[in-house]
Design a protein around this ligand. Sequence first.
Ligand code: DX5
Ligand code: ZN
Length: 217
Amino acid sequence: MVTLSPSLLAADFVNLRSQIDILKLNGIRSLHLDIMDGMYVPNISFGPPVIKSLRKYTDMFLDVHMMVEAPERYIDDMIYAGADSITLHIETCRHLDSALEKIRKSGKKTGVALNPATPVLLLDEILPFVDMVLVMSVNPGFGGQQFIEYTKRKIERLKAIKSDNALSYSIQVDGGVNKENIADIAEAGADNIVAGSAIFSGDISDNIRFLKGLLEE
Ligand code: DX5
Ligand code: ZN
């Protein structure tokens, strides 16, 4: 079953509590948390204090997507704040293996993210050791951007590598997902789909029901 991960970047931060309640009532089990430092990406979002507050309030899986230069500097902070999984961009991390090992040793799930133009083959050696691969389907930094079509080939490639080698990572797709393209993205091989504006613009419950319906067809 393909699961949905709402990106809180598109939420109304004043009403976070009630919005999380609505997500939960609609069967959502995981929250995607976009950490942006204004350096690796132009935008600044939020950091460990917000994760800490979320952790106190909810038992949902907290999926932390680090869009930060040298993200290894913040792994301990994210774990301490309550992250369940930490995803690092391969483009930002000089010592990916040791950074992932640090996350794994703390008992948290590991993820590696690829920007649209970063080829899947860069992950050759690491694929057997990661829990999740995040395929960015927009250039990271902002919500509400348009899905980049060629990234679908990367999803298909990761799906094929997974089945050919009996690997177990899950494939997450992030950016520009909407009602028109979600079924194709799932068909290409996504296991988990992040959606920000498609969930938080308008009525959250209606949006989730609609998107889930498209995934079940
Ligand atoms: C982009 C972030 C995404 C973003 C998705 O840098 O990683 O998670 O919030 O937002 P939408 O679904 O609106 O493209
Ligand atoms: Zn993200």
